[in-house]
Design a binder for this molecule. Structure first.
Ligand code: FO1
Length: 315
């Protein structure tokens, strides 16, 4: 079993490569739900949907989120009725949120809903929300604490980020299957996702970090930072907000004691010795994922790095 800790777009693209090199039924993704938010009364789970739509082959390729060729009639009507539709939910995407909310209200858990949806959309890998309890990632800014989606989408990350918190994390339990997957994993991969607000949230769920540290499986992370900048998203200000350098060194520092090996891009090869000095092995490859061949090569390189990794993390 290969277990992947996953955020949104970067993780989804990595998983597209992984399903080319390993049977989907041997892969489980533990997905961040700290970005979840209620819009127009509906439960939206962006990272679960991004991964699910991508692996189902229906994601909007230009955005990396939402459904390809979706329309926005419902959103236009909501605006006519006085709502502020700052979060762009397409019509087919809305159907997913309506059905998810309907099932949650009927007593299903988020894990059950997610499993039912991924099967309906013929996604072969298991998708495990990190928790069935609500967790909200919030960013401290000069105008106060903002939900991650308000910070990123509504206010376009224009506020200075001063800190990060995960509201509800103390009460959150790992969703069914999460700890079992980590205990039985042969390889644990941290996808190239935001280390602070995607992976950091999953690791903050009580029991998850300990389960990874206790696992006998090699743990390999793929850096989402290439040449000092993230490929997508607000990793730079959020890494700075928690005192991390925006570089592969900062990614390594974030995962210190947790990972055995970090996969970095050729552009960052000169920083390999710094990372090795911190006790983490390094694998250098091309990490930018444009097409299917590049995704596949990154997945292969990541599994190779895991196979040859020596154990570095603390017990
Ligand atoms: N990101 C945006 O930048 N603008 C949007 O309007 C937006 C809508 C949206 C709707 C559904 C969905 O699943 C994702 C959506 N995203 C949007 C992406 C999302 O905010 C973030 O990329 C993830 O939460 C980060 O992983």
């Amino acid at each position: 079993m290969i277990v992947v800790l996953a955020g949104g777009v970067g993780a989804a693209r990595f998983l597209e490569g992984l399903v080319q090199v390993a049977p989907p039924e041997t892969i489980a993704a533990i997905v961040n739900t700290g970005d979840d938010m209620v819009f127009h009364g509906l439960h939206v789970s962006p990272d679960i949907d991004i991964v699910m739509y991508t692996l189902a082959g229906i994601v909007d390729p230009s955005q990396g989120w939402g459904i390809r060729d979706d329309t926005t009639h419902a959103l236009s009507m909501l605006a006519t009725l006085g709502a502020d539709p700052w979060f762009k939910l397409g019509d087919r995407d809305l159907a997913v949120h309506i059905r998810r909310t309907e099932l949650l209200r009927a007593g299903w858990t988020l894990s059950q809903v997610t499993d039912s949806f991924r099967r309906a959309l013929h996604v072969g890998i298991r998708l495990l929300p990190m928790s069935d309890e609500p967790v909200a990632t919030e960013i401290s800014t000069p105008v106060g604490w903002l939900h991650f989606q308000q910070y990123l989408v509504q206010r376009r990350a224009r506020d200075e980020a001063l800190g990060v918190r995960f509201v509800g994390i103390e009460q959150a339990r790992p969703a069914p299957g999460v700890l079992e997957a980590l205990h039985t994993a042969e390889v644990i991969v941290i996808a190239p996702s935001n280390p602070v607000v995607s992976i950091g949230t999953i690791l903050a769920v009580p029991g998850v970090r300990d389960a990874i540290v206790a696992s006998s499986a090699p743990v390999v992370a793929v850096s989402p930072i290439i040449a000092g900048a993230p490929v997508k998203g607000p990793a730079a200000p959020l890494m700075r907000a928690v005192g991390l350098e925006v570089s592969v060194r900062g990614v390594a520092a974030c995962y210190q004691g947790l990972i055995d090996v970090l996969v970095i891009d050729r552009a960052d090869a000169d920083l390999s010795s710094d990372i090795r000095a911190s006790g983490i092995d390094v694998a250098v490859t091309d990490t930018l994922m444009r097409g299917p061949a590049e995704k596949r090569r990154l997945a292969e390189a990541t599994l190779d790095a895991a196979r040859t990794a020596k154990r570095h993390r603390s017990y």
